[in-house]
Design a protein around this ligand. Structure first.
Ligand SMILES: [Zn+2]
Length: 278
C-alpha cells in the first residue's frame, strides 16, 4: 500500500467515525444536556412524561356529552357556592386568552367567580373554570393568568373525565347524558342527584400530584402565547407558600392538595429557563 492510498483510507475511516457519531441519538442527546448544564442548574426534567402527550376525548365521554355534563355540573356548583359578577370581566378577559393559546382552543370556555374568603380555583368538564374573590384580591393579572392557564390545562388533559371514567357511577352518567335532551325531566333529575353528590365530594376537582404537575406544565407553556409573563406562576406560588405558613385555612383544595409549593416553584423555574432557550 503506498502512502497516498493509506492517507485516503485514514480519511475515509475518520469520516465514518464522525458521521456515525453525529447520527447517533445518544451523542446528540448528550450534547443537548451539556448545553443545558451551562444554561440552567441541573435538574431531572420534571415534565418528561408530558412533553409528547397528545390530547383528545378518545376513550372518554365525547365532547358533546362532556359539554352536557358540564352544564349539569355547573348547576350543582351554583347550588353549593355563591357566584358573583365582581371581577368577572377581568377573569373572563384573561381566561379567554389562556383558552385561545391552549392546546384545546376550540372548546367554549366559561369563567365564573365564587364569592368567598377561601383562596381557590377549580374547573369541571365542558370548559367551566371557577376562581374565588379571595384569589382575585391576592393575585395580579399575571398571577391570576397562571391559575387560569393551569385550570385550562386540566381541561386540555381531560383530567376530570379520566377520574369520572374510573368511577363506579360512570356507566349510569354516560347513559343518562346520552338520553338527555334538555335540563327538565326525570333523567335530568336523577342525573342531578348523582352529580350533586359528585360535586359535594369534590370528586372531579381533586387531582393527583401527577395531574397537578401536568396542569402546571401545560399552564406555564400557555402563558407567553396568552400575553402573560410566566413569572406570574412563580410569584403566585410564593404568595401561597407565605399564606400556607401563616393561615393554611385560607387555602382551598386547589392549593392544599397540590404538590408542595416549593417543588412547583422549582419546576416552573426549570420550564421557564427551558422556554427561553428555544
Ligand atoms: Zn390543579
Amino acid at each position: 500500500m503506498n502512502r497516498s492510498n493509506l492517507h485516503s483510507k485514514l480519511i475515509r475511516l475518520l469520516l465514518i467515525i464522525i458521521i456515525s457519531a453525529v447520527a447517533a441519538p445518544g451523542f446528540l442527546a448528550t450534547r443537548t444536556i451539556a448545553n443545558g448544564v451551562a444554561a440552567v442548574p441541573q435538574y431531572d426534567d420534571p415534565y418528561s412524561d408530558f412533553r409528547n402527550a397528545r390530547y383528545s376525548n378518545a376513550g372518554l365521554l365525547n365532547e358533546r356529552d362532556e359539554i352536557k355534563l358540564g352544564a349539569q355540573l355547573h348547576r350543582e356548583v351554583t347550588k353549593k357556592y355563591n357566584l358573583t359578577d365582581v371581577g368577572l370581566d377581568r377573569v373572563d378577559r384573561i381566561g379567554q386568552r389562556c383558552a385561545r393559546a391552549s392546546l384545546r382552543p376550540s372548546l367554549v370556555y366559561k369563567f365564573h367567580v365564587i364569592q368567598g374568603r377561601e383562596i381557590n380555583g377549580f374547573s369541571i368538564p365542558g370548559g367551566h373554570v371557577y376562581v374565588t374573590t379571595a384569589l382575585l384580591r391576592l393575585a395580579n393579572d399575571n398571577e391570576l393568568g397562571a391559575v387560569l392557564c393551569h385550570e385550562v390545562g386540566h381541561l386540555v388533559a381531560r383530567h376530570s373525565l379520566q377520574t369520572l371514567k374510573k368511577s363506579k357511577e360512570y356507566d349510569d352518567i354516560a347513559n343518562s347524558l346520552g338520553n338527555l335532551t334538555g335540563v327538565a325531566g326525570s333523567i335530568a333529575h336523577d342525573l342531578g342527584v348523582s352529580l350533586g353528590q359528585i360535586v359535594g365530594a369534590g370528586m372531579l376537582t381533586i387531582h393527583s400530584r401527577d395531574e397537578e404537575r401536568e396542569a402546571d406544565f401545560l399552564g406555564v407553556r400557555t402563558m407567553p402565547g396568552a400575553g402573560l409573563d410566566p413569572q406570574g406562576m412563580i410569584t403566585i406560588f410564593q404568595k401561597l407558600l407565605r399564606i400556607e405558613e401563616r393561615d393554611s385555612d385560607l387555602l382551598g383544595s386547589l392549593f392544599s392538595d397540590h404538590p408542595d409549593a416549593q417543588e412547583r416553584i422549582e419546576n416552573t423555574k426549570y420550564e421557564i429557563a427551558r422556554m427561553k432557550r428555544r
